[in-house]
Ligand binder design. Structure first.
Ligand SMILES: Cc1ncc(COP(=O)(O)O)c(C=O)c1O
Length: 426
């Protein structure tokens, strides 16, 4: 694990010494002008209330669906607005500014700047790899049965159109070792690709990605990680993991603007992933009709005009998390998740389906109640308790997923615990 990338960027524009209650009522506070103290502690609720104030997110309800879509803090929205306005004033694309953001974003995930492309979402990054790898009829791809459609569909298209074979394993929530065994059991001489969700969407299982990378290497297979649920939730060092490619959304745990994503493809293997959407910026040497070479970096996957203002938003989101400390961001989500799971497990009629071991757990908690179906539970919690969670209908899990992130507080978790307690009695 990388050492903490915490940065002490915060400079106080207003004294933090004033009472939190006073801060909360001012627009200055809600515009994120209350600087965060340079260091926070995972269990210091006053600190996390200050973090909460950095978001325009309404207080009319408690938001617990970062796994679906994460709110952006003011600093991100301001960066987008500023960039958009400056570009609109000149009517320029701002395309070169993507390159000025790239080093910081690459460093944030532990890779080189020529290894990342900016995308619109995780689906696009996953599909770039799945559609671009040069595979033949009969080649096999392994991934987990809990894969999100945004990680699975492109493979299904290749199975239908190109005759590759999709093989799936049921992920275990109990043992990382078991997951490794289930993958090994599917490997054959025809295995060309192994893919996993870093953290699975339905129940928040954290996969042993470093060990899976070793299995893929031994099998001579490409290893792709769908990181939609890990970027901004888990401190990231992709070089340590050793995957060949990784794709994520920006608009979940990272708190970047809607319609953003990052794709990493290892520099020395980029020629194995054909750009499927080619256009301006895909090429280096180019002269019609005979001369053509790819751009010498992952920029080859970024064709056409892009929205540079949302990329400025990714940059601001990265800086915001680094200001808090990426290690502390990870710790906080887990701390709240663990608290929540430990409490609801004690309630009669509640089953926690998500992992409960430190090896495999995450900031997402999926639960089931004996007395009430998952759709009714979802409706009950939002209507009666103003708790916005997410249903999990995938693979017959039929549960309710609760995401806990840095803008959530322990008081939010207590409201969920009480809401679930009351739901067991309806
Ligand atoms: C594991 C996983 N992959 C892919 C996606 C799709 O993400 P996006 O909508 O950003 O393409 C999601 C969304 O929830 C997801 O959880």
């Amino acid at each position: 694990m990388k050492s903490s990338r915490r940065k002490f960027l915060s400079t106080s524009t207003l004294a933090i010494a004033g009472s939190l209650a006073a801060c909360r009522s001012t627009d200055a506070a809600s515009r994120g002008l209350i600087a965060l103290p340079p260091t926070g502690r995972v269990d210091d609720e006053e600190y996390w209330q200050l973090v909460r104030l950095q978001y325009p997110l309404t207080t009319d309800r408690v938001y617990l669906n970062t796994g679906g879509l994460g709110p952006a803090p003011y600093t991100v929205l301001d960066a987008v607005n500023t960039k958009m306005m400056s570009l609109q004033r000149l009517s320029e694309t701002g395309h070169t500014s993507l390159d000025s953001v790239r080093p910081d974003v690459a460093r944030f995930i532990g890779v080189q700047e020529d290894e990342i492309a900016f995308t619109r979402n995780a689906t696009e990054g996953n599909a770039t790899v799945a559609s671009g790898l040069k595979l033949e009829r009969g080649d096999e791809v392994i991934f987990e049965s809990h894969a999100h459609p945004g990680g699975a569909m492109a493979w299904m298209v290749r199975q239908k159109e190109d005759g590759i074979k999709v093989k799936i394993f049921e992920p275990s929530a109990d043992s990382g070792e078991e997951n490794l065994q289930r993958i090994k059991d599917l490997v054959t001489p025809a295995t060309r690709v192994i893919q996993v969700s870093h953290v699975t969407a339905p129940t928040g299982i954290r996969m042993p990605v470093k060990e899976i990378a070793a299995i893929a290497r031994d099998a001579g297979a490409w290893f792709h990680v769908d990181g939609a649920q890990s970027l901004g939730m888990i401190e990231m060092d992709l070089s340590d993991i050793g995957c060949d490619s990784y794709a994520s959304s920006g608009h979940k745990w990272l708190g970047a603007p809607h319609g953003t994503g990052i794709l990493f493809v290892r520099r020395d293997r980029q020629d194995e992933v054909r750009p499927t959407e080619a256009g301006a910026y895909t090429n280096s040497d180019y002269e019609l009709p005979d001369v053509f070479d790819y751009t010498d970096s992952a920029r080859r996957y970024e064709s056409g005009t892009r929205d540079a203002s949302t990329v400025a938003g990714i940059h601001a989101a990265v800086q915001f998390q680094e200001q808090i400390g990426t290690d502390l961001v990870e710790e906080r989500g887990q701390y709240l998740g663990r608290y929540l799971r430990s409490q609801v497990r004690e309630i009669d009629g509640v089953t926690v389906i998500s992992p409960v071991t430190a090896e495999m757990d995450s900031a997402m908690s999926t639960v089931k109640l004996a007395n009430i179906g998952y759709r009714d539970l979802y409706r009950y919690l939002i209507q009666e308790h103003q708790l916005r969670c997410r249903i999990v209908s995938e693979r017959g899990i039929d549960g309710l997923r609760i995401s806990t992130h840095i803008f959530n507080t322990k008081a939010d978790c207590d409201r969920v615990i009480e809401g679930i307690r009351q739901a067991t009695r309806v």
